[in-house]
Ligand binder design. Structure first.
Ligand SMILES: [Fe+2]
Ligand SMILES: [Fe+2]
Length: 209
């Protein structure tokens, strides 16, 4: 009898099968978040180096540290399901992070704070979406860790917003880039936080701003 040749599955399905996590969107989101955290950490290295105020330098370096911790936590989840690190995302986000890092020295004081806040605003929901995806598979053991990472990103967003809140140019940037005093990419209010068990409405497509 001739050998049966089994055609190779597309890469995406291979990963899904090998990882035992039947959710390609979730796998991609984890891989992307892992690499994007490195981009953020690199960007904050440049941002911290570019500011003169010592308190700002310390706060931004702490945020950089938070991003490295997030990267470790995302990797722990990926390792649990044998999800490989994407070398494409790693290279792409490393370059993005280094470019942003360098640009912080030449674009003045306001813009690095503004764009950091805008980026953080979007990052918040990445972790709440991961939680929703895991929950859709009946997995809730990452709820706390993902909730805490999402909330930490919200704290970062609020820190950056508070730094530029009084700026006269903020309303113009807010109109152009859809983030600022009145616009956010998420529906979380740190002053009225829901506990983990009641956080299902966070970043739902119809409720996220
Ligand atoms: Fe992060
Ligand atoms: Fe962050």
């Amino acid at each position: 009898m001739p050998d049966v040749i089994v055609p190779a599955l597309p890469a995406k399905e291979n990963i899904t099968q090998a990882s035992g996590l039947n959710h390609p969107q979730l796998i991609k989101l984890l891989q992307k978040a892992y690499s994007a955290e490195k981009a953020a950490a690199y960007a904050y290295q440049g941002h911290a180096a570019s500011v003169k105020n010592l308190a700002e330098k310390i706060a931004i370096s702490q945020i950089e540290e938070d991003e490295w911790n997030h990267r470790k936590e995302v990797l722990m989840i990926m390792n649990h399901y044998n999800i490989p690190v994407s070398s494409w995302y790693e290279k792409r986000f490393a370059i993005i992070g280094k470019i942003i890092s360098g640009s912080c020295h030449v674009i003045g004081w306001f813009m690095p704070f503004f764009f950091a806040g805008k980026l953080e605003s979007g990052n918040v929901c990445e972790y709440f979406r991961m939680k929703q995806y895991f929950n859709s598979l009946g997995i809730d053991n990452w709820d706390i860790i993902l909730y805490e990472m999402g909330m930490k990103e919200k704290e970062h967003e609020v820190y950056f917003l508070n730094k530029i809140r009084q700026s006269k140019v903020l309303p113009y940037f807010e109109r152009m880039f859809n983030w600022g005093r009145n616009k956010s990419s998420n529906n979380i209010d740190l002053d009225k936080k829901y506990p983990v068990a009641e956080s299902g409405s966070y970043c739902k497509k119809d409720t996220a701003k």
